[in-house]
Design a protein around this ligand. Structure first.
Ligand code: BG6
Length: 480
C-alpha cells in the first residue's frame, strides 16, 4: 500500500455529540443543548429553554466527560495516531462574551490532551463544531452579529495560548458550508430561531450568508493569529464535501450539478484557501436578490488568513437533475436533496455509498488547491444489535471502511497529498441530524439508547480489531 510513513490514522468526534456533562465544571449552556432528540422520520425540536418533558441528547451524550481516560486508552489500543475532537466553547467561556475563561473547563481539555500525549496520539482540534454559547445566540443573534467575531477570537486566543505545546493541528469551524443549508441557521450559526422545528427552520438567506461571512472573517483572523504567533501550528478549514454527479449527460444536468457543487462543496473552501470570494458566489447572491456586506478590511483579512491544510468529511455523493419530472428523494445527510443513483446502494438513513466518489473528491480538491488534505470524517451509521455471544459483528462497517480506504490509497497513487484519516466515529455518539443513538457510527459500542437509558459501558466491535490491524500495518492488511 502507498500510505506514507507517519500517516495520521485515527477516529473523530464532536463535543456536543460525545462529551455530555452539559452543566458540569462551570460549563454554560450551548445551542446544541437546546436541540431535542428526534429520528429519521421525526424532526428534532429547537427550544428557547431546556424543557422538562423533552430529552436533549447532548446533555449526557456518551459521556466522554467522565470516560475520557477509558476511551483514550481504547484509542491507544486500536493504535490511533490521531484523535479528532472539538472544544466546547461554552465550557471555556460559559456565555461566550465573558472577560475571563473558566479554569475548570480549560483544565478538562488539559487532562484530555495530556492523556492523548501519554499514548502518542496527536489531537486534531476543532475550535467550533456545531455549538455556540446559547447566551450569544439569544442576546447577539449568534453569528448574525459581527461582535461575535471578537468573542470567537478571544476564545481561540485563549486556547491557542493554553494548549500551544499540546496541540499542533487545528480546524477553525466544522463543516462551515453547513451554513449554505437552511438547517445551518441554528446548527452552525446559532441564529436565534426561537422555538422551531430543526429541519424546517425559519430562513432569511441574506442573514444566513452574512453570518457565514462573519465566520469566514473570524476564521481568517484566527489563522493569521496562529501564523503570527505559533509557527508550529497547522490550521485548516473543514468542509462537508459531497460531489455532485449530473443525473444524465444532458448539458442542463451537467451545468446544474456544477453550480450546486460550486455553491455547496467548493464555495467555502475557495474562500478559506484562496482568501477571497469566488466569482460564482457573487452571481449566486445576485440571482437570489441579496448582497453580503463585505468591507475592505474584511477583504484584507480574508487574504491574510489562508489555511495551511484542507480537511473534509465524506459520506456520500448526490445525483443532480434539472428535469422537474425526475423525483428528488431527499437523499442526503443533513438537508439538501438529490436523485437516487441507480448504480449505488444506500445506508438505512439514505446516504448513497460511494467509495469511488471519495477518490474523485480527493483528486478534485487537490487539483484545485494543492494543499495537504485530511479526511476527518467518514463512516456508516447503522442500527445494530449485540449478538448472544456479546459481540457486535459489524462486517458492513468493515466493508464500508475497507472500500473507502482502498480508494484513498488509489488517490495517493494518483499523486494526492493525503496526510490523515479519522473515521466517524471512534466511539458511538449522538447523530447530529436526527439526535438518535440508534444511528451508530463507532468502532466502540456504548450502552446508551434513544430514550436516554443505558449504563454507558464501552464494548469493542469487530471493526475495532480490523481497524487496529489496518493501522498496525499502515494499510498493508487490506491486501489480505
Ligand atoms: C457531519 C458532522 O455532518 O456528519 C457530524 O460533522 C455528524 O457532526 C456527521 O455527526 C454524521 O451525520 P449524522 O447526522 O448522521 O450524525
Amino acid at each position: 500500500m502507498s500510505f506514507p510513513k507517519g500517516f495520521l490514522w485515527g477516529g473523530a468526534s464532536a463535543a456536543n455529540q460525545y462529551e455530555g456533562g452539559y452543566n458540569e465544571g462551570g460549563k454554560g449552556l450551548a445551542t446544541a443543548d437546546l436541540i431535542s432528540g428526534g429520528s429519521h422520520l421525526t424532526s428534532r425540536k429547537i427550544t428557547k429553554n431546556v424543557q422538562g418533558n423533552l430529552l436533549y441528547p447532548s446533555h449526557e451524550a456518551t459521556d466522554f466527560y467522565h470516560h475520557y481516560k477509558e476511551d483514550i486508552a481504547l484509542f491507544a489500543e486500536a493504535g490511533f495516531k490521531a484523535f479528532r475532537l472539538s472544544i466546547n466553547w461554552s465550557r471555556i467561556f460559559p456565555n461566550g462574551n465573558d472577560e475571563q475563561p473558566n479554569e475548570e473547563g480549560l483544565q478538562f481539555y488539559d487532562n484530555v490532551f495530556d492523556e492523548c500525549r501519554k499514548h502518542d496520539i496527536e489531537p486534531v482540534v476543532t475550535i467550533a463544531h456545531f455549538d455556540v454559547p446559547a447566551y450569544l445566540s439569544q442576546n447577539f443573534n449568534g453569528w448574525g452579529s459581527r461582535e461575535v467575531i471578537d468573542f470567537y477570537y478571544r476564545y481561540a486566543e485563549t486556547i491557542f495560548k493554553r494548549y500551544e505545546k499540546k496541540v499542533k493541528y487545528w480546524i477553525t469551524f466544522n463543516e462551515i458550508n453547513t451554513a449554505t443549508l437552511t438547517i445551518g441557521n441554528f446548527l452552525a450559526l446559532g441564529l436565534n430561531v426561537g422555538d422551531s422545528d430543526f429541519v424546517k427552520q425559519p430562513d432569511d438567506m441574506k442573514l444566513r450568508y452574512q453570518a457565514l461571512h462573519h465566520q469566514f472573517v473570524a476564521s481568517a483572523r484566527v489563522v493569521k493569529l496562529a501564523h503570527d504567533n505559533y509557527p508550529q501550528f497547522e490550521i485548516g478549514c473543514m468542509i462537508s464535501y459531497m460531489p455532485r454527479y449530473p443525473f444524465t449527460c444532458h448539458p442542463n444536468d451537467v451545468l446544474l450539478a456544477k453550480q450546486e457543487e460550486n455553491m455547496h462543496s467548493k464555495f467555502c473552501g475557495d474562500v478559506q484557501v484562496q482568501g477571497k470570494y469566488p466569482y460564482y458566489a457573487h452571481k449566486y447572491f445576485k440571482d437570489n436578490g441579496f448582497q453580503v456586506d463585505i468591507t475592505e478590511e474584511d477583504k484584507d483579512i480574508l487574504a491574510q488568513g489562508k489555511v495551511d491544510y484542507y480537511t473534509f468529511s465524506y459520506y456520500l455523493t448526490l445525483c443532480v437533475s434539472a428535469d422537474d419530472a425526475v423525483e428528488k428523494n431527499g437523499n442526503s445527510m443533513i438537508g439538501g436533496s438529490g436523485v437516487n443513483n441507480p448504480y449505488l446502494e444506500q445506508t438505512e438513513w439514505n446516504a448513497m455509498i460511494d467509495p469511488v466518489g471519495l477518490r474523485i473528491a480527493l483528486n478534485d480538491i487537490y487539483d484545485r488547491y494543492e494543499l495537504p488534505l485530511m479526511i476527518v470524517e467518514n463512516g456508516i451509521g447503522v442500527s445494530e444489535e449485540i449478538a448472544d455471544d456479546g459481540k457486535i459483528y459489524d462486517d458492513y462497517r468493515v466493508e464500508y471502511l475497507k472500500k473507502h480506504i482502498v480508494e484513498m490509497e488509489k488517490a495517493i497513487e494518483d499523486g494526492v497529498d493525503l496526510i490523515g484519516y479519522t473515521i466517524w466515529s471512534a466511539v458511538d455518539i449522538v447523530s447530529a441530524s436526527t439526535g438518535e443513538m440508534k444511528k451508530r457510527y463507532g468502532i466502540v459500542h456504548v450502552d446508551k439508547y434513544d430514550d436516554g437509558t443505558g449504563t454507558l459501558e464501552r464494548r469493542k466491535k469487530e471493526s475495532f480489531y480490523w481497524y487496529k490491524k489496518v493501522i498496525e500495518t499502515n494499510g498493508e492488511s487490506l491486501k489480505d
